[in-house]
Design a protein around this ligand. Structure first.
Ligand SMILES: NC(=O)c1ccc[n+]([C@@H]2O[C@H](COP(=O)([O-])OP(=O)(O)OC[C@H]3O[C@@H](n4cnc5c(N)ncnc54)[C@H](O)[C@@H]3O)[C@@H](O)[C@H]2O)c1
Length: 362
């Protein structure tokens, strides 16, 4: 029972890096049900919005970067019992456009977070890794935890793997109680569409606005889309499980969905008649099919995804309707940011809508 998992967080102090983001904000929302003593969030809001953080007096929000030692001292000053490290420079196309920022946040940022963690007596440090990344484009399906590729396609994929390697080092050398969660194509409420965001929020935004859904490729490509509540449940199970100490575990739906089917479902849910537009694949995007094995998560954690794609998409659509004003404002802010960068840096001249910037399929 998940309730018995949640109760273990009662009265605890929990640090969530990247807690304003899509997965982090949902993690915080669920954790609040456990009545922890405090949830400390550190997030620089570089890819998220403060309104995404649930309102609660037990939440301390530190607006700052994991690369800023002073802010990290403040966060770790609360002596957290659990640390969920989700802050990241997200994701593939963003890392191609800004590889150094990617390296700084995802590699150095993870190293710094581990260094601070090593000085605590925390029960568990859970690292948000990416099964979408580290298995590369050639692994047999379903993707199992023991197959990791050294021939990765983007800086983001490389730095998510580097994060895992630092976790292993800190576990082996300093005895930090690390567990590595490998997420797959997460979606759900809390992810604002945008230049570097995933396919589902961007498809929703375009469909709601009557814009044809751009598919980069043939549409036959598949991904393992996982609803955020399932990811949160798996992550919280990892936080309390001794079985996963020092282990990497896939958290996914374990099913494959064709991008074409996804696009059709989103057009149907939103009532859009604008249909679909095919575009060439992005040059870095070489993964045609993706499906995770969730056997290990089932065995070690009792993890079993509960929310199917259709239900998850409907819930996501409801969230889009409820937050339409906030999302509009966020996108207006992003559009001016993109224009500013486009003027100062040609490599970042990426349009917000149909361009190569959005990160379909992740
Ligand atoms: N969403 C997915 O499909 C997916 C898949 C695999 C892995 N992951 C991993 O899960 C984690 C959370 O992903 P998400 O989808 O919620 O992404 P997200 O971008 O919504 O959340 C990341 C958060 O980190 C914050 N951040 C970025 N740089 C920071 C810095 N230097 N200091 C402090 N905060 C910073 C951002 O503002 C954002 O709120 C990430 O580590 C990501 O790599 C996500």
């Amino acid at each position: 029972m998940f309730e018995s998992v949640l109760t273990q967080y009662a009265g605890k102090r929990i640090l969530v890096t990247g807690g304003a983001g899509c997965i982090g904000s949902n993690l915080v929302r669920v954790l609040l049900q456990a009545e922890p003593e405090k949830i400390i969030i550190i997030d620089d809001l570089s890819a998220s919005y403060e309104w995404n953080i649930p309102k609660n007096p037990n939440i301390v929000f530190i607006h700052g970067s994991i690369l800023d030692d002073e802010k990290m001292r403040e966060a770790f000053g609360f002596t957290p019992d659990y640390i969920f490290h989700l802050a990241a420079h997200f994701a593939n196309q963003n890392s191609i456009d800004y590889p150094e920022n990617d390296l700084l946040t995802n590699a150095l940022g993870t190293l710094r977070t581990l260094r601070f963690t090593a000085k605590t007596k925390c029960t568990k440090f859970v690292y948000a890794s990416s099964g979408c990344s580290i298995y590369g484009n050639n692994a047999p399906l379903p993707l199992t935890e023991d197959y990791v590729s050294l021939h990765l396609d983007t800086p983001y994929q490389i730095t998510k793997l580097v994060g895992e390697l630092y976790c292993n080092f800190y576990h082996n050398y300093y005895n930090v109680p690390v567990a590595i969660a490998r997420y797959f194509n997460v979606f759900g409420p809390g992810e604002v569409p945008g230049l570097y965001r995933n396919v589902i929020p961007n498809f929703f935004w375009w469909a709601i606005n009557g814009i044809p859904l751009p598919i980069t490729g043939t549409g036959e490509e598949t991904r393992d889309f996982t609803y955020v509540d399932d990811i949160v449940e798996g992550t919280l199970r990892m936080g309390i499980s001794e079985e996963v100490l020092g282990e990497a575990v896939n958290l996914a739906s374990g099913t494959e969905t064709r991008i074409l089917d996804l696009a059709n479902q989103i057009n149907e849910i939103t009532g859009s008649n604008a249909e679909i537009e095919f575009k060439p694949s992005r040059d870095w995007d070489s993964i045609s099919r993706r499906r995770a094995s969730i056997e290990k998560a089932g065995k070690l954690l009792g993890y079993k995804p509960k929310i199917g794609l259709k239900t998850g998409l409907k819930r996501t659509f409801d969230w889009f309707l409820a937050k339409s004003e906030e999302i509009k404002q966020a996108l207006a802010r992003e559009a001016s940011w993109v224009e500013k960068h486009a003027r100062s840096n040609h490599s970042a001249a990426v349009p917000t809508r149909h361009g190569r910037g959005s990160d379909p399929r992740h």
